[in-house]
Design a protein around this ligand. Structure first.
Ligand code: ATP
Length: 256
């Protein structure tokens, strides 16, 4: 579960102050698949960075799985992030000099314990990485390098890397943004499958079609939450009808 309470984020440089997020109150339940949409600059990545513990809010509280993280030190944040959160980015962020298998192992190298407890020795790391690659249908490309893969395949490697440590939360920042629609649909199908198996997924997207495949759509505008709609019937969350959608307010003059 991710709970954001009264979040505000201000970026300050010597000459300018930008209010990137204001008055964000949002609870994402365990097992939900939610999408976040809004025009460029409205604060989507900032929100993801706060949920991913990559940045701290200027005010308000961030709670991850019942832990209020505001008092955590950097080391503790890094540990929590490594164990609980998997990241997927639009531009994949793979290391070109490493094989597919080595790329997927990376999050496990930063662990004191392995995905399930004791320190991960090379063999068990390898095993976990192979399993993650099998899950995304890439077991036949383990020895390839990122430069030898299609965009969709690269994103599948990135998903394998995100799930290798078995995090409960996956944060995906425009995961289909660099892909054609066929590859984008493949990636969405994998994310939907991971969600069915229990992962909580938060996805930023500019694509309404992709957003409609998720349970719930959050709309941001100028740093504020302007919409929160239930999209797909899902009995796990007591939602029986898409009309349960609750639009807070629509932006009157969206920038894009
Ligand atoms: N490190 C930073 N320093 C100063 N201002 C920043 C910083 N990061 C983001 N901003 C500003 O905060 C606001 C929100 O940015 P953010 O990247 O979260 O938007 P976004 O919705 O993800 O945009 P896009 O869809 O274009 O990626 C913007 O006005 C941006 O210029």
């Amino acid at each position: 579960m991710i709970k954001l309470t009264n979040i505000e984020k201000v970026y300050r440089t010597s000459s300018i102050e930008t209010l990137a997020l204001t008055n964000i109150n949002l609870t994402i339940n365990a097992g939900e698949f939610i999408s976040i949409m809004g025009p460029s600059g409205c604060g989507k990545s900032t929100l993801m960075n706060l949920m991913g513990l990559l940045d701290a809010p200027s005010a308000g509280q961030v709670e991850i799985d019942g832990r209020i993280v505001m008092q955590y030190r950097d080391k503790e944040l890094a540990l929590l992030r490594n164990q609980q959160i998997g990241f997927i980015f639009q531009s994949f962020h793979l290391i070109n000099d490493l094989s597919v298998l080595d790329n997927v192992e990376i999050p496990l190298l930063y662990r004191k314990g392995d995905a399930t407890g004791p320190r991960s020795v090379g063999a068990s790391r390898r095993q976990l990485a192979q399993e993650a690659l099998e899950k995304v249908g890439l077991s036949n490309r383990m020895k390839h390098f990122p430069g030898q893969l299609s965009g969709g395949q690269k994103q599948r490697v990135a998903i394998a890397r995100a799930i290798v440590g078995r995090p409960s939360i996956i944060l995906a920042d425009e995961p289909t943004g660099n892909l054609d629609s066929a590859m984008g649909n493949e990636i969405m199908a994998i994310l939907q499958q991971l969600n069915t198996e229990g992962s909580t997924i938060v996805m930023v997207t500019h694509d309404e079609t992709m957003a409609k495949k998720t349970h719930r759509l959050i709309r941001l505008f100028d740093g504020a939450m302007v919409g929160d709609s239930k999209l797909i019937s899902d009995l796990r969350f007591g939602i029986s009808d898409v009309s349960a959608g609750n639009v807070i307010s629509e932006p009157s003059n969206p920038k894009s």
